[in-house]
Design a protein. Structure first.
Length: 262
């Protein structure tokens, strides 16, 4: 049973797959987030101070991290979406926006396409950040998930996505490398679906000083929708989660004001 065919419950249920960072039973809008590789739900916590109280901030939390650290990691994106589907379905009983940060944008976009294909409730908006549009996406050769032991985490530290102190702790490095390798395999082997563009607004948030994804590459997301498209460039680099919180608050208020949130 998937997200499109599972009947929504009256209220969202507790699930290991979903971290509800500020649960509210009177939500007028939900923001459903897909984190970047190696991350858990906690990376979105700074957004709470920017979001209106009637917004329920939820994060898809795959196995192998946070309170799921003892569970087997997934390495296939389709399987991940299949398994997450029934746990996400009860959250789709109010208007919702789907958000993907960086590599999580791949899963967020595929999730939105899946809902449309299967006839499920569709998001009021898709928001992606720090990522290139599907038409210009390039997977490194060799892909990161195939790099030798030690090299992968060193590369990620070099990208600025992890503290150098991780390299000084062999146990911590081994744990993070295992998670990173699985997560990179998920997004690097998940090919974007083909078909008609989405019929919902798409917003991209990026950094003007992003050294990995150019503004034109972010603007390529405009091709995935027949509706409104907007690109917001912040005074930041590639890792913009904290800076993006204020902009997400603006987006949430806009959706609420124009009726997208009930």
């Amino acid at each position: 049973m998937n997200a499109a065919t599972t009947p929504p419950a009256a209220r969202p249920v507790t699930s290991r797959w979903i971290a509800r960072l500020r649960p509210t039973d009177d939500a007028r809008l939900r923001i459903l987030c897909f984190p970047h590789v190696g991350a858990g739900a906690g990376v979105f916590r700074t957004w709470l101070e920017h979001l209106p109280p009637e917004v329920d901030l939820c994060v898809v939390r795959p196995p192998g991290r946070e309170n799921r650290i003892g569970e087997a990691l997934l390495t296939d994106g389709r399987t991940l979406l299949d398994e997450a589907g029934p746990h996400v379905a009860p959250l789709l009983d109010v208007p919702f926006a789907v958000v993907g940060h960086c590599s999580g944008s791949v899963l967020a976009y595929e999730f939105a396409r899946r809902l449309r294909t299967e006839g499920g409730p569709e998001p009021v908006e898709l928001v992606v950040s720090s990522s290139e549009g599907p038409s210009v996406r390039v997977v490194e050769d060799p892909p990161l998930h195939r790099l030798p032991d030690g090299e992968l985490i060193t590369r990620v530290v070099g990208y600025g996505g992890m503290a150098e102190q991780v390299l000084e702790d062999p146990d911590l490095m081994a744990m993070f490398e295992r998670i990173l390798r699985a997560d990179y395999q998920v997004v690097e082997t998940l090919e974007y679906s083909t078909g008609a563009p989405l019929e919902l607004p798409v917003t991209v948030i990026g950094g003007r000083r992003d050294e990995f994804v150019s503004a034109p590459a972010m603007a390529a997301w405009s091709a995935v929708t027949t509706r409104e498209f907007s690109l917001h460039l912040l005074d930041a680099g590639h890792y913009i989660l904290n800076e993006a919180g204020a902009r997400m608050g603006q987006i949430a208020r806009r959706l609420l004001e124009r009726g997208g949130g009930g």
